[in-house]
Design a protein. Structure first.
Length: 325
């Protein structure tokens, strides 16, 4: 039987990997050539394998530590590692900093630069960046319509949306986005859209009055789950950018004066479509954080979140590139 080294594992498409890990109160180390996390149960130490070939990112929460050898193996397999607080939010800065989310990414001087060259060729042109931002919003709206009006949410979670209200909202947002002359106008319309989506989702599950609140003590379950799920989406966004070799600072919509805006741009492709409804469904069902994490990761896999992100980046880079033209 042929043996594989951790560096060989990067040949497995990231978009096909199924796992995102959030770990707390454990140690991550290498044992018997495998990356494992160790938990304590009384006087016993329990070892759990992490299948790094099938993992996109790992969040290390409260009370965790990781060995140098584990980081080496994770880097060879192309697994992103982030340090965060309890329940996966917020993420603390370490490398590839973006506001309060950060990832330790494996480095290689020999990674392909094709998409970076295409991206940089248009990025310094403001009109091209606005065009890219509008393209991102189109993908975002397509995913919202596809998933919110799809049969899976209706059949499995009883999430039955008022179709005419949602399609009318998306049509209005699309028109105003197409008419926008700069990213500030797009961001303003985006904020209005998300606020309206909160209202539709809350009414759909009969959640009651809802106001989006910043994370902190005393927030309700839906707000907590939204924070939590969004950070999982940021993990996928960071992975997508890393796979294509795009620095997190080359954003087209968010935080162009900060290093991490592109991760937020990418995550927004799926946040409203996949995280938002699940947050309200889970909150209404009285689920705990672990159940909600499982709900989110299953949704990401089911709907191909990482495929959507990577495809959007590739298509945007190719469509707007000035390389060879």
């Amino acid at each position: 039987m042929e043996n594989f080294t951790p560096s060989d594992l990067k040949t497995i498409l990231h978009s096909k990997r199924a796992n995102i890990y959030y770990l707390e109160h454990c140690r991550v180390l290498v044992s018997g050539g495998r990356v494992e996390y160790v938990t304590e149960e009384g006087r016993k130490s329990l070892y759990w394998n992490i299948p790094i070939a099938n993992t996109t990112s790992i969040l290390l929460g409260t009370g965790t530590s990781i060995t140098q050898s584990a980081m080496r193996e994770l880097a060879k397999a192309g697994v992103l590692v982030g340090f965060c607080g309890g329940d996966g939010t917020p993420l603390f800065a370490a490398n590839e900093v973006q506001v309060d989310i950060s990832w330790l990414t494996s480095q290689s001087e020999y990674r392909p630069t094709e998409y970076l060259q295409h991206w940089v060729s248009f990025w310094f042109d403001e009109e091209k960046r606005v065009e890219a931002a509008k393209g991102f919003q189109v993908v975002r709206m397509e995913q919202i319509a596809k998933i919110w009006l799809g049969k899976k949410l209706e059949r499995e979670d009883g999430f039955v949306v008022d179709e005419s209200k949602l399609t009318g909202l998306l049509a209005e947002f699309r028109t105003k986005t197409e008419q926008a002359i700069d990213t500030n106008e797009i961001l303003a319309q985006e904020a209005k859209l998300t606020k309206a989506l909160y209202k539709i989702a809350a009414n759909t599950v009969r959640y009651g009055d809802f106001t989006r609140s910043k994370r902190g003590a005393g927030i309700d379950a839906a707000n907590r789950f939204l924070d939590h799920g969004n950070y999982l989406a940021y993990g996928l966004g960071a992975t997508a950018a890393w796979v294509l070799g795009l620095p997190h600072g080359l954003s087209v919509l968010h935080g162009k004066t900060r290093r991490g805006g592109l991760v937020f741009d990418i995550a927004d492709l799926v946040k409203d479509a996949m995280v938002l409804p699940q947050a309200f469904i889970a909150a209404t069902n009285g689920e705990d954080d672990m159940e909600f994490r499982q709900r989110c990761t299953q949704g990401f896999n089911r709907f191909g979140a990482l495929d959507i992100m990577i495809d959007c980046l590739k298509e945007t880079a190719s469509a707007l590139s000035k390389v060879g033209r």
